[in-house]
Design a binder for this molecule. Sequence first.
Ligand code: BES
Ligand code: MG
Ligand code: ZN
Length: 505
Amino acid sequence: MAVRLKSLDIVVNAKSFTDFDIKTDLIVMFIAEDLKMDKNESMLNDSFDKNISLALKNESFSAEPGKTILLHTYGKIKADKVLITGLGDVKKIDCETLRKASSEAYKAINKKSTRNITILLPENDKLLKRFTVFDLTKSICEGFMLSSYEISLKTNTDKLDSMKIEIATGSRKNLQTIKEAIHYAQISSEGVFVARDLSTLPPNIATPEYLAKSAISIAGESKLKVTILGREQIEELKMGAFLSVARASAREPQFIIMEHLPENSENLKTVVLIGKGITFDTGGYSMKPAASMIGMKYDMAGGAAVIGVMRAISNLKIPVNVIGIVPACENMINGEGYLPEDVVTASNGMTIEINSTDAEGRMLLADAMIYAKKYNPDAVIDIATLTGLCAQAFAGVASGLFANDDILKNRLLNAARITDERLWHLPMYDEFGECLKSEIADTKNSGKGGIGSATMFLKKFADFQAWAHIDMAGLASDDRRSYNKKGIGSGYGVRLLLELVRQYT
Ligand code: BES
Ligand code: MG
Ligand code: ZN
């Protein structure tokens, strides 16, 4: 049904300097503002009669990040074209600059005439002082891979051929590291693609059952254990908070559990990742105005990120026990729907007075967190498109991060810095939770208590040493970044959570 339009096939090959007259459709080379070339690039320049340095001078190339010049070689060297791509000020280059530059390079390439591409790894001393070879390679590959993603349900789209990309290095000793970095970038990007697929697909396709089936097929390919609980089992577990949201939907709720338990599991740390899986949020009886409903197909983007990252974690064989939990349902209305002022009971026995049926995400997360207790986890992270307040406050630029533990918080901030999947730390003031006091039940599900009030509700169910809540409202789609696209899920969270989990090895 859904058509993924393109796949990139990246292979690595070592080339020594003398090999640099390479038969390929196009060579990509990167250059910083100082226009200094490394040994390989100089070799290429020499064999190309100094056309590269001449072009840089004549075009007064500013080397801004992502600016490109395309040179035709007219048979002077074996490669047909050379694409020079700017990296900007060396002192400011970070992983995101590399991703952006390679993304812009990818976009500048004529996809019809170019099948084979060779990327010269920029290996000058200044860059290698700032980056490990692993991070350098990984970021450049991610820029290419992430930009190549296309999906369409249009009837007239052709599937394009795949491109072959070769990474060339001047130093054979780095070959193994480069291969590992390419492997990592490929798998993490494929995880992002899973999340983008699931979140981009419309709510009549990406239903709770579709999420469950995707989790099953991914688990089969990636050797994860998967368990799907349907309505009856969810009822048996007395997940009254989750069920109250799911009740008005004709589509069965699915409680998805994916388990990555590597060998030697008993001696490894355990991390639980929980993702909100509302496949459409109408608001229920506290209904959203029509205009605010647009975009609510993305209300399962947290769940999509968890499914995507579980695939990546398993394929990379990361030595950490990781459990992915996605409670999935629709927030709808019918005669059985939950009402404002209902009192429902979560699976730990806690009673919840419903203040708004539109505050549904936290209801699912509550039962999911209670369930997560049984894994006795070292850390629990939930990720959810949870509040309009966060979406407005950060305007899709960053997620809100709440945490009850400084180590986990700092690990997440570190992962955010590496991936540029931004997080901004917010406080958990007790005052944010005051609006949740109920006369009749243990708690209300919502209130006007400020940006942390949803978190203060979750905190009542987060009985863990180390727990963090990521409110990714506003980040499920993004057209600001060169490797994301308008109208397509961003896959936000996959790379972030992957970097986080790696820190538990
Ligand atoms: N899914 C929404 C949050 C959301 C809003 C995500 C905008 C992305 C963009 C969530 O379920 C919701 O409706 N939250 C309400 C809670 C309120 C009723 C307490 C909100 O933030 O308005
Ligand atoms: Mg809602
Ligand atoms: Zn929602």
